[in-house]
Design a protein around this ligand. Sequence first.
Ligand SMILES: NC(=O)C1=CN([C@@H]2O[C@H](COP(=O)(O)OP(=O)(O)OC[C@H]3O[C@@H](n4cnc5c(N)ncnc54)[C@H](OP(=O)(O)O)[C@@H]3O)[C@@H](O)[C@H]2O)C=CC1
Ligand SMILES: C[C@H](CCC(=O)O)[C@H]1CC[C@H]2[C@@H]3C(=O)C[C@@H]4C[C@H](O)CC[C@]4(C)[C@H]3CC[C@]12C
Length: 303
Amino acid sequence: LPSLPAPFPTMGLLQKILIPVLGLVLAFCFYSSRENFKPEMLRGKRVIVTGASTGIGEQMAYHLARMGAHVLVTARTEAKLQQVVERCRALGAGSARLVSGSMEDVATTRQLVEVAETELGGLDMLILNHVGKSYFNYFDGDVGHVQKLLNINFLSYVAMTVSALPMLKRSGGSIVVVSSMAGKVGFPFTVPYSATKFALDGFFSSLRQEFSIQSVNVSITLCILGFIDTENAMRAAADVLLTSPAPKEECALEIIKGGTLRQREVYYRYASTKLPLLLRDWAAELLDLLVRQRYRPERLRAA
Ligand SMILES: NC(=O)C1=CN([C@@H]2O[C@H](COP(=O)(O)OP(=O)(O)OC[C@H]3O[C@@H](n4cnc5c(N)ncnc54)[C@H](OP(=O)(O)O)[C@@H]3O)[C@@H](O)[C@H]2O)C=CC1
Ligand SMILES: C[C@H](CCC(=O)O)[C@H]1CC[C@H]2[C@@H]3C(=O)C[C@@H]4C[C@H](O)CC[C@]4(C)[C@H]3CC[C@]12C
């Protein structure tokens, strides 16, 4: 008969075998896909980047330009987009174009797809990255705002996908969806935003399954980002969050790599996003507590 009570051999087994094996599997998945990326893979590729006038989207446009891609950027502010386009040309883009307009407006979606079709002759990658303005504070009960944000952050992603799908099917292309840790776990102070990001996961993860059943050769990459040092995010949350932000340039490159390698999901930064998520299904309350500890609510701006 064993001299120890039942739980001890189980814990020993966990520590000695399961945890190292899990670590090895994760390390393998992470490194095997990252090492294969080559910037030449993007040369001559036709890419749409939404929300490209600032932040991560702008940086993605510059990386793509350096890699020799044909970039088509979009956002509402035409003057900023014009500067992005000029810089993309200077960095060596195959070509650089813009379409300005709000993603709330179907005319913008239509125009983007038309430009890709007629001027680029098709599309290889659709990077959905734009995000509507919201507040960083306790939920204020404004249902209209939730609806507006769902239109911009979710429904327009669906509309762009539907319109671009025929071109992406022809090229065997990729859809890249920029989401957030706040789209996988409940984070405080971004309730409407969080809802839109959870919706993206539901829609695109489900669509990926259907593509697989129907042998549709279009990849879907969902990007789970932590706190990134873009101007808007820093302004909204830097005082309240105890997390230090990651650089937008590196973040942009990791998104492009993941999309190009047709990865199912990108986690950036890996250790501060993927690892906490391992707790989600087994110790959700602990994860909630750890998340709350990274916030200083007393520093929230008065609404
Ligand atoms: N920064 C962070 O810490 C994190 C960011 N993310 C995600 O990364 C992505 C990029 O974030 P980030 O770079 O910080 O965002 P920014 O606020 O810097 O950029 C948002 C972009 O979206 C555009 N945009 C805003 N409203 C509209 C609209 N109605 N129609 C079309 N375009 C619009 C803006 O341009 P314009 O105003 O000219 O229209 C801008 O180009 C987002 O999807 C965000 O959710 C995820 C987790 C963390
Ligand atoms: C997911 C982030 C927290 C991750 C972490 O703790 O590691 C969110 C915390 C702050 C959010 C951003 C913010 O408040 C500013 C923008 C507000 C916009 O309406 C939405 C995009 C934001 C960039 C938003 C993105 C998620 C956070 C970074």
